[in-house]
Design a protein around this ligand. Structure first.
Ligand SMILES: NC(=O)c1ccc[n+]([C@@H]2O[C@H](COP(=O)([O-])OP(=O)(O)OC[C@H]3O[C@@H](n4cnc5c(N)ncnc54)[C@H](OP(=O)(O)O)[C@@H]3O)[C@@H](O)[C@H]2O)c1
Length: 269
């Protein structure tokens, strides 16, 4: 009865693995640095990661909206079910047609499924690609003045772990997970500044300027272009609403950005 947590050292996967382990469940991390190693780009590594596994948390890397993701998720899901996996929880992205294609593959797999379809993670600011800009005091992104309901990765992990552990009521659910409040990137920067006690400002840059800056800081061009496309594509207002996934799944409110900023203030200094 082993639960495979893909991306189990990442922002959501690490939290999912911790919660399952705390419940006394047997967890196997699926990532390149794990033993056995799992790599999305090397399908020969998949069978060993799936051996003896009955449930899996599927978080794709780098992003479910990137080219190739759908083929990988489809092939992985089919192999997982053939290998004896009976429960799948997919980490998905809100308002992304490519991600929704992967959702359908999981829903049609024959396994019990739960979809956690998330808005932008608050942890992009504290553990992801926006941490260094926050520390430097200037967040320069190709983001329009459109509000986003940032969600806390701890809330995502609470939902995913409950579904993976088989707690009642989560099978067959698509949970739209968002935070409780809409914030533009400029407003998020203001909240971070208030928590840290020094200026943090948001500056809007063009997609070209963003890609050039990211590449200069060592981000592979393909990844920088993919991220830039997410900013210009998804931040067009389609996700500018709060959803009820966290209260519906957990019976409590989602965590607010101000609380996140306060708790993580030490990381931003
Ligand atoms: N960030 C957001 O705001 C957001 C919003 C909605 C949905 N999502 C979705 O979230 C997913 C990412 O999840 P996350 O943010 O929790 O993860 P993450 O923090 O990006 O962590 C990446 C994880 O994947 C592993 N990894 C990296 N490259 C890999 C590879 N080539 N093969 C196998 N494993 C690899 C890493 O471990 P190793 O280095 O050991 O391999 C690590 O455990 C994406 O699919 C994205 O679409 C993100």
């Amino acid at each position: 009865m082993t639960i495979l947590v893909l991306g189990g050292t990442g922002k959501t996967g690490r939290r999912v693995a911790d919660r399952l382990t705390a419940r006394g469940l047997s967890v196997r991390v699926g990532s390149r640095s794990a033993t056995p190693s799992f790599a999305w780009e090397d399908r020969s590594t998949w069978p060993a990661a799936l051996e003896g596994v009955t449930a899996a948390y599927v978080s794709y890397y780098p992003d479910l909206a990137f080219p190739g993701a759908y083929d990988d998720v489809k092939a992985f899901t089919e192999l997982a079910v053939r290998s004896g996996v009976r429960r799948l929880v997919l980490l998905s992205g809100r308002g992304e047609p490519e991600a929704q294609a992967s959702e359908r593959t999981v829903q049609e797999s024959g396994a019990e499924w739960t979809i956690v379809r998330c808005s932008w993670f608050m942890q992009n600011f504290s553990e992801g690609f926006i941490l260094e800009p926050v520390r430097a005091g200037v967040i320069a992104l190709p983001a329009a003045d459109v509000p986003e309901p940032f969600v806390d990765a701890d809330d995502i992990a609470d939902v995913a772990a409950a579904a993976l552990a088989g707690d009642g009521g989560h099978a067959g659910q698509v949970y739209e997970l968002t935070g409780p409040r809409l914030l533009t990137f400029a407003q998020a920067a203001e909240e971070l500044a208030a928590a840290v006690g020094r200026p943090v400002v948001f500056t809007r840059v063009t997609p070209e300027e963003y890609v050039a800056g990211a590449v200069a800081h060592g981000v592979p061009r393909e990844e920088a272009e993919g991220l830039s496309a997410l900013f210009t594509g998804i931040l067009d207002g389609r996700n500018a609403s709060v959803a009820d996934g966290v209260p519906r799944a957990l019976g409590r409110p989602a965590r607010d950005f101000a609380d996140f900023a306060r708790t993580n203030a030490h990381r931003f200094r």
